[in-house]
Design a protein around this ligand. Structure first.
Ligand code: KG4
Ligand code: ZN
Length: 335
């Protein structure tokens, strides 16, 4: 039963956690930089890496102290992400692993999000389908066995979280857009505008979110229009979530997967969580809210599994050619 220290610095959260046996979080420290970036309306890479440098030592010390356990390995996000930010975490993790004489486990950020599902009350079993929805990614991934993945569909342009952030900006709502839109939408009519559901009828599991953002822009700029921001937010959120549901249902039907993991920052969205629980014909695994946004615990969980399976090479999850719906192969042993 290994104890793994996980370090995540790929974007604007410094996350450090200690996790036992890949599931039990002994400590979890997250220093968010949102307040520093908010005035700019998005993440400023130079500010992000400098802030990671400032806080990482104290976060590691605090996480180790709170965990009170001896660490067997150090797992760190090696990409994708902002290079300056990644370097802070990678160099720190390397130095610790070297000084302690413990293995260093490189973890792909998206694999980390997938493993955040193992930090919930019930852990999924392989094989499962994963819907990863974050600020940088919108992906349907066929997770056949630990560390064996096939990307079935990804976004052609904006990621879904990115579209929340951009639409929030159009509405004058603060960064990050996801929580702001969710809050604004609470008082709005989701049917006030019928925004497009791109790719809904296409024979592909690809996503596209830039047209949705543009449709919102046109609605706001329409002559004589003075739409209630709450209605725009609610209608946008309804469309953004609807597309995720449509493509996820298609992917479940095609792979025959019985389990669905939903992770990444947008997995914190209340409407998405409600609709997935009610409307999807699969057992749904969503991490607790604290592990949806970037954190070190998910990196430690993925690192623990890599260590157990002896898969220490750098995992490159490449962008494959768009997967045609008709070419998906069903999971073995599933319906
Ligand atoms: O996974 P994450 O913390 O960082 C990346 O890997 O990108 O995801 C951040 C994204 C942001 O775009 C943010 O607006 C979105 O997750 N987000 C949400 C919610 N909370 C965060 N989107 C929709 N609803 C939310 N409640
Ligand atoms: Zn992330």
């Amino acid at each position: 039963m290994s104890v793994v220290l996980g370090i995540e610095t790929s974007c604007d959260e410094t996350g450090v956690a200690v996790v036992q046996a890949g599931r039990e979080v002994l400590s979890n420290e997250v220093a968010s930089q949102i307040d520093l970036h908010r005035v700019f309306g998005g993440v400023v890479p130079e500010i992000a890496s400098r802030q990671h440098t400032k806080v990482i030592s104290q976060l590691v010390e605090k996480a180790l102290e709170d965990a009170g356990a001896e660490v067997d390995a150090v797992a760190v996000t090696v990409g994708p992400g902002l290079m300056g930010s990644l370097l802070v975490g990678v160099c720190f993790a390397k130095a610790l692993a070297y000084a302690w004489g413990k293995p260093l486990v490189p973890v792909h950020h998206i694999e980390g999000h997938i493993f955040s599902a193992f930090l919930g009350e019930h852990a999924p079993e392989f094989p499962f389908l994963a819907l990863i929805v974050s600020g940088g990614h919108t992906q349907l991934i066929d997770c056949r066995a630990p560390h064996q993945y096939a990307i079935l569909g990804t976004t052609r342009d904006d990621a879904v979280g990115e579209s929340f952030d951009k639409v929030a900006r159009l509405l004058g709502l603060p960064y990050p857009g996801g929580p702001s839109i969710q809050q604004a939408a609470a008082g709005g009519n989701p049917e006030a505008f019928s925004f497009p559901r791109a790719m809904r009828d296409k024979d592909t599991l690809e996503f596209s979110y830039s047209g949705l953002k543009t449709a919102v822009l046109y609605a706001l700029r329409a002559e004589g229009a003075a739409p209630a921001p709450a209605d725009v937010a609610a209608s946008f959120q309804a469309a953004a979530v609807d597309i995720l549901l449509i493509k996820t249902r298609q992917a479940l039907a095609l792979t025959g997967a019985r389990r669905l993991v939903v992770a990444g920052g947008v997995a914190a969205n209340r409407l998405l969580r409600e609709r997935l629980t009610k409307e999807v014909d699969a057992e749904v695994f969503m991490p607790p809210l604290a592990y949806c946004i970037d954190n070190g615990a998910m990196i430690a969980a993925a690192g623990d599994s890599r260590l157990r399976h002896g898969v220490m090479r750098w995992w490159a999850i490449s962008r494959r050619r768009p997967m045609r719906v008709s070419r998906c192969t069903p999971h073995r042993g599933t319906r």
